[in-house]
Design a protein around this ligand. Sequence first.
Ligand code: NAP
Length: 257
Amino acid sequence: MSAFAGKVGLVVGVANKRSLSWAIAKGAADQGASLALTYQGERLEENVRELADGLADPLILPCDVTADAQMDSLFSEIDKKHGGLDFLVHGVAFADREDLARPFSETSREGFRLALDVSAYSLIALTRRAVPLMEKRGGGSVVTLTYLGSERVFTNYNVMGVAKAALESSVRYLASELGPKNIRVNAVSAGPIKTLAAAGISGFSSILQTYRDRAPLRRTVDASEVAEAALFLLGPAGRGVTAEVLMVDGGFHAMGV
Ligand code: NAP
């Protein structure tokens, strides 16, 4: 299958082989996509370069989504190399551990600002820079990753839940504005999966167990299932879908008592 043959994608948010963004990147590359991958800070450069070893001629560039100049140069490098962009994967989130641990009402002003900047505003900042490159290709597709904590309360998810609510709302506003340019914007809302980011949520194992007990499928989902849903939204099969938050959580979101 080569749904992504001749397509160019940017994937932001690969930290290691467990990253949901990496599962999406790998899936797109296996189906023919050329990729640009980013790393945040030198700490993760080697990880990303090692992972990308098996990809065909990837672009690997630094990108801290709080640094405008880095984002500018990222997109100008992609434009220089490929002359356009077909899809963007946004898999970035961050909140201060302290703000995830203390009572929500004690969220600090700076912690709130940081979580929303990195986890929600970054979608707007990256998409804005992707638009001119996608227009060169006659359109494009953007997918971000979110969690049900945007609309329900999960213990210790705290300010990240607020950031995910802002992220999902941003998906709808971006989709509305960019639809006339044939640019689609969607989110995949993944069930809990053990990754580096998930390690910051205390009590994560008990959340996993709750999903096993209560989700209609009576199990958690894995990164490959999230990736396949993202690839559907990114690729030609999803061409009629925009402004959507697609739940990939074994059905957990539908359950009441
Ligand atoms: P992950 O592997 O830790 O990925 C998160 C990525 O965000 C990391 O690469 C991280 O880099 C990056 N990041 C943080 N701050 C950044 C910044 N300022 N600039 C650029 N990148 C930055 O964890 P993941 O679980 O795959 O998370 C990917 C996305 O899926 C997140 O939006 C997360 O909320 C979402 N999600 C995860 C789950 C889950 O259970 N795992 C469920 C639903 C949704 P650093 O390591 O350097 O901080």
